[in-house]
Design a binder for this molecule. Sequence first.
Ligand SMILES: [Zn+2]
Length: 478
Amino acid sequence: MDNLREIISYLKGKKVRFADAREHLFREREIATEDTRVEQITEQNVSGVGIKVLYENGWGYASTSAVDLDSLRRTADKALSLARYADSSAAGKVELAAEPKHVAKFATKIKEDPFLVDMSDAAGVLIQAGETILKGKDIIKAGSYLVLRNIKKKYANTEDSLIETDVFTILPQIEATAKANGEVKSRHYWPAPMNAGYEYFRGLDFRANAERIAAQAREHCFARSCESGPATLILDPEHLALTMHESVGHPTELDRVLGYEESCAGRSFATMDKLNTFKYGSEIVNLVADNTLEGGLASCGYDDEGVECQKWHIVKDGILSGYVVNRELAHRMKMPRANGTTRATKYSDVPITRMPNLYLAPGGKPLTAEELIADTEDGIYIEGMGSFSIDQMRLNMQFGGDAFWEIKKGKLTGMLKNVVYNAISYEFWRSCDAIADERAFKRAGFITCGKGDPMQAAQMTHGASPARFRNIMVRRAK
Ligand SMILES: [Zn+2]
């Protein structure tokens, strides 16, 4: 931290309006298995310092993997010269939302450091899962994937904040593929990725889930095709994770709303004139952003602008009520403070507005997942994530899934195949007429959310209880 303080003091002497310096270690280990062998183990350790400078109304950013003081000074000079150059053609005044000074530390609560456990332990568990899958009838392939990640940051800025964070992330998954009845179908077990220690991985039941997905992959091969037409859908938490990510999370990032960021289907229909009036969903729909969620993938204590992580509503009682806002754009919403969601993936990346942990709040009335299904005369229950697409404004969307079950007279009667549904994003959320209560709440999430140019991959948690959507246009995909 001493070198970072030194650089901040050096930049203060250069009369910058604001500057910060971030020492950033990104460590990741990936283990992939195929059938009963390890296919690949990779490990990356990427570390360095990124320095951001606001000079008058121009921003500059520069980074270095060499962290000695001379290199940092040269990097600070580079960021400053870029900021001066940007200022010479600045479009307008930069207003930076205030943030209290923070001298703080944040760390994921872990019992067992995953990087201190021999990798043969995890590889052994995954290979055993593969053996179990391959015992399934008509199974032709087993696979698995595990990501262990640790991000350590030290942060200092010209407002005298000094912040240290240490975040651990685990993402496991296994897959079974069956071939039967002229079809090839895969089924996945995706336990929620978590910010957690290795004890989380140890607590997962791969054996039972390996047996389950092997049987369901085969059953999927014998499933009948769905009918095309309007249908009632019950969507499980894992499936809803992707739906809310694409149709709520991305379109409410304010940099996208205002047109500063347009790559990766990057614009938005959820414009600021709609704030606090637009009916984004039915009145039971509450979508909550929460970077204070314990174990949430985006829970990091403080973001890369020195702003403390927070919790707020994106959609409250069905109405659009918030955005994801950085310090530079907060004044556009007359917000006195940003909401702590600006993050960079690696030291060389410029911090950008990133989706927070975002979840669909459980329903307020007592309702289990089983009671929700029992209350549904005719419909389709969709589990997991499949292919999807969404347009540039985040309006027209189409989703598949990992498994589909027919509901008849309140009971799951068998699997369906080739199910996709189309909707307009806000019409989809408006059609939500029931959400199971907190007993059925589950998490899911991503570590590969792509944004920016050059692209950065970020991580965030989603969550939901199973929810019902009426009158959704289902189409047979084949
Ligand atoms: Zn994304």
